[in-house]
Design a protein around this ligand. Structure first.
Ligand code: GDP
Length: 450
């Protein structure tokens, strides 16, 4: 199995499997020859890739010997000079000599199938690759280290401890073992429930980190929307990524400032409005306000509130809103004490988008509103994956059902069926029991070469 990775100054052709050393030996002429059996794992050798006596590229080859490799199989990585032509050529040479092309995610899939990592860890590799913020990458790395897997395993052990006693009581009623009491079962279920609920709740934070706070900037023409947008995007510390928006013709920009992940909705619309070609109408503003987690409603503080402003305030009522009084460098006509503003939101910040003043206060306000400082990634487990969240929610439902069967006075063997279902749900998360379809689906989300 082999794969070509990216295009850059240096490229890597990666091979995994029994035959990888045999294949590399046929095409790679190291400066100092050593038989493959004598090459230790984690060795890098320098030499040339050669075809019919002709040098294709000067390369470094890293050797990883089973089981100490990413996939646990023999692996080698040919570090070539980047560039499509040479890499493709080397890839073809490997193929000609017996390698087959890897599917997306196949390296990680093998690491999973060979038991080196569990499904949670494999999925976290995708999250790390796709991470848009430092916080998100950190949660991915923590998952890769197995923190979440450990928590799920501990929860499963707690259930198993009680399950074993239940099984004995069902299968060997003649044995004089201490009967497991309903109270014991319920106590165990409550402990498990608390731990799962905590994980379930962490998803909301995880989602914010992963997807960003969907933010709509609304305001009447000339209030300063595009000036604000530019001021935010110009921040030195902002990491900006552009996305196609969910609706046609919209662009969403992901900005990360001081660890505050903002996904600005419809930035294209705001820019268009600036060209005076198309003003954002109230109905369009309504639409973007509806899809957002945060509304930033911006007003020109050097003018009295207009009818349009009042309509914008009406829209802003519908969600978490920050009111921005812009243009504070000019003579004020409205201020933060204005009852019409205070009725809509207590979060009022004064700025001058033109002079770049007050932005820091805006970020602090957002941070406070979303408890961002409370998301402590070092001490907390955070789930960011919807598949995990759904399974955890189902497991919590199973707990409720189990408790009900006990309260209804059902016999132990019925209770046991529910507890087994609960265990199965948790097993699905770490992948101890999971169908091939799900595995294929998960690994198909990988990029090539990982
Ligand atoms: P939009 O139509 O809401 O996108 O508003 P713009 O960002 O295009 O701003 C409209 C006008 O107000 C432009 O001439 C800006 O230069 C000006 N403007 C924006 N922010 C400020 C500010 O803080 N102070 C002053 N004095 N002018 C501003």
């Amino acid at each position: 199995m082999l794969r070509l990775l990216g295009i850059g100054g240096i490229g890597i052709v990666r091979m995994s499997g029994e035959k990888s050393f045999e294949i590399v030996e046929k095409i790679f002429k190291p400066k100092t020859y050593q038989a493959v059996e004598n090459i230790k794992g984690y060795t890098i050798k320098y030499g040339n890739i050669v075809e019919n006596g002709e040098i294709i590229d000067e390369v470094l080859v890293s050797y990883f010997k089973a089981p100490k490799s990413y996939t646990t199989e023999n692996m080698c990585e040919i570090n070539t000079h980047g560039g499509n032509i040479i890499m493709r050529k080397i890839l073809e040479l490997c193929l000609k000599n017996g390698a087959i092309l890897a599917k997306p995610g196949e390296f990680t899939q093998r690491a999973f199938l060979n038991g080196r990592i569990d499904l949670l860890q494999a999925e976290s590799v995708i999250d790390i690759i796709n991470a848009k913020s430092e916080k998100e990458a950190k949660t991915g790395v923590k998952q890769l280290e197995g923190f979440l897997s450990k928590e799920i395993k501990e929860i499963k052990h707690k259930i198993m401890d009680v399950m074993v006693n239940i099984e004995v009581a069902i299968d060997y009623p003649e044995y004089d073992v201490d009967d497991v009491t309903n109270e014991q079962i319920i106590e165990m279920l409550n402990i498990v429930n608390t731990r799962l609920k905590k994980l379930e709740k962490s998803f909301d934070n995880g989602k914010l980190i992963k997807e960003g706070i969907k933010t709509a900037i609304i305001g009447r023409p000339n209030a300063g929307k595009s000036s604000l947008l530019n001021a935010i995007l110009k921040e030195d510390r902002a990491i900006v990524t552009e996305y196609e928006g969910t609706t046609r013709d919209t662009i969403e920009e992901f900005v990360n400032i001081n660890g505050i992940p903002l996904k600005l909705i419809d930035t294209a619309g705001i820019r268009k409005a600036k060209d005076e070609v198309e003003k954002i109408g109230i109905s369009k503003s309504k639409e973007i306000a509806m899809m957002s987690d945060l509304i930033i409603a911006i007003f020109d503080s050097s003018k009295e509130l207009t009818d349009e402003d009042l309509e914008i305030l009406q829209l802003a009522k519908s969600g978490k809103t920050i009111i921005l009084l812009n243009k504070i460098d000019l003579e004020p006509k409205i201020n933060r004490e204005d009852e019409r503003l205070r009725k809509v939101s207590n979060h009022i910040v004064e700025i001058s988008a033109l002079n770049n003043t007050g932005l820091e206060n805006l970020y602090n306000e957002i941070s406070k509103m979303f408890n961002l400082s409370e998301i402590n990634l070092d001490s907390e487990l955070i789930i960011t994956n919807i598949r995990h969240k759904n399974l955890i929610s189902k497991a919590i439902e199973d707990i409720e059902k189990t408790k009900k069967t006990i309260k209804d006075g059902m016999p132990l063997d019925i209770v046991a069926i529910y507890i087994k279902e609960l265990l199965e749900m948790l097993g699905n998360i770490t992948g101890d029991i999971v169908s091939d379809d799900i595995i294929n689906e998960i690994f198909s989300k990988f990029c090539l070469g990982k």
